[in-house]
Design a protein around this ligand. Structure first.
Ligand SMILES: NC(=O)c1ccc[n+]([C@@H]2O[C@H](COP(=O)([O-])OP(=O)(O)OC[C@H]3O[C@@H](n4cnc5c(N)ncnc54)[C@H](O)[C@@H]3O)[C@@H](O)[C@H]2O)c1
Length: 359
């Protein structure tokens, strides 16, 4: 049986949605009955071929638990849409570094690292023979992300970077993975129907229809720990860059743009609300505005995309492809090594699956 051995850094809401998603779709056979995935059969891999083998977190209530239980431990607030049995997968105590901001220590129920000690992630990855490691750390985890990326390289393991730290899109890190013969995909996962893909496509529609775009903003509200973490502006720099470039790269001229997480509203839980606004000029220099509101369950919005990424990365491993994977990164991430329109990126992925594109 084919198998994709997956490890996770950060057992938060995105991990909860991913693990549930693999359970939820494990018996699906019909492409029309799996919303959120490109294909049931992705280059020969089914969803049920994904096998979790290790996880890392810093929450004292998650560490030492089975992954199937840890995904439902507070402060996680992801919707429950699948029954997950015990998976026989341990949550290990990861080194904290800058994964936990001072204002998040209580919410993340951080463990006493000095007293209990952290594991060597690279040794764990080697021991469980992980094919790839998914990074689901909080925004602003500069050092922690680099620690896990390095651990992946040292353990001969591919890396999927779902957060706005620049690894796949950084030429030096891309080269590190290439030299090690390992694929890397990233950065900052682009949800199935989230604020970024909606905004990108509304802007592209305006540009394609000859509208001169004059100003645009995207405001986002949410109530999960991702939003709570992002209440501190210093942690947000790369998130703003990632989200802003994803939109401005669709316009061939400069546009005053403001994009980012805008407020933390605790009672929203894992619901996210996004407002997109575009102002421009059309024929006769007359004004036009577009306003859109999107409301989604935040974490499950990314899980299907990650399931496709995992299978693309495993195909790359099977084919001996190394370095940044440009097709799946452009399709599935906000800050890929190459920004292209989403329909082109999807075709690149189809070509990659069919073996017509190398990366
Ligand atoms: N749709 C989406 O939800 C979406 C889209 C794009 C990007 N992202 C990004 O994905 C990441 C994960 O999102 P989330 O909603 O799961 O966040 P979360 O806050 O629910 O989970 C983060 C987890 O990381 C753990 N953690 C903190 N420091 C750690 C360390 N050093 N080692 C191991 N674990 C550590 C925390 O305890 C927590 O369990 C965030 O950076 C988010 O911005 C999410």
């Amino acid at each position: 049986m084919p198998e994709i051995r997956v490890a996770i850094a950060g057992v938060g809401n995105c991990a909860a949605a991913l693990v549930q998603g693999v359970e939820y779709y494990k018996n699906v056979t019909d492409n029309t009955k799996c919303p959120g995935l490109m294909h049931v059969n992705f280059g020969g891999y089914h969803i049920c071929d994904i096998r979790f083998v290790a996880a890392f977190d810093v929450n004292e209530k998650k560490i030492g638990r089975d992954l199937g239980e840890a995904i439902f431990v507070e402060p996680n607030s992801c919707a429950r849409f699948a029954k997950v049995p015990k998976l026989g997968v341990n949550v290990f105590s990861g080194p904290v570094f800058d994964g936990v901001a001072p204002h998040m220590k209580e919410s993340f129920r951080i463990y006493d690292e000095k007293k209990l000690g952290s594991v060597d992630a690279s040794a764990v990855l080697r021991e469980v023979e992980a094919d790839l490691l998914i990074n689901f750390l909080p925004v602003g985890s500069f050092k922690a992300t680099r620690y896990y990326a390095r651990a992946a390289v040292d353990a001969n393991c591919a890396f999927v970077n779902c957060i706005p730290e620049f690894i796949a899109s950084d030429p030096d890190w891309g080269e590190k993975f290439r030299k090690s013969g390992l694929p890397v995909a990233g950065d900052d996962i682009k949800s199935q129907l989230g604020a970024t893909i909606l905004h990108r496509n509304l802007i592209k529609l305006c540009v394609d229809r000859g509208i001169v775009v004059e100003e645009t903003y995207q405001l986002n509200l949410g109530g999960n720990t991702d939003f709570e973490n992002m209440t501190v502006e210093e942690r947000l720099k790369t998130k703003r860059i990632s989200k802003t470039e994803a939109v401005t790269s669709m316009v061939p001229y400069e546009v005053p743009t403001r994009i980012g997480p805008s407020d933390y509203v605790p009672f929203l839980g894992d619901k996210k609300i996004c407002y997109v606004w575009i102002k421009g000029r059309k024929f006769g220099n007359l004004p036009v505005t577009v306003t859109a509101k999107l409301q989604v369950e935040d974490s499950p919005n990314s899980a299907g995309v990650v399931i496709d990424v995992v299978r693309a990365v495993k195909l790359a491993l099977d084919r001996g492809v190394s370095g940044p994977l440009t097709s799946i990164s452009s399709y599935a991430f906000k800050h890929p090594p190459i920004q292209i329109p989403d329909d082109v990126a999807r075709q690149w992925v189809e070509d990659f699956i069919a073996g017509k594109r190398d990366v």
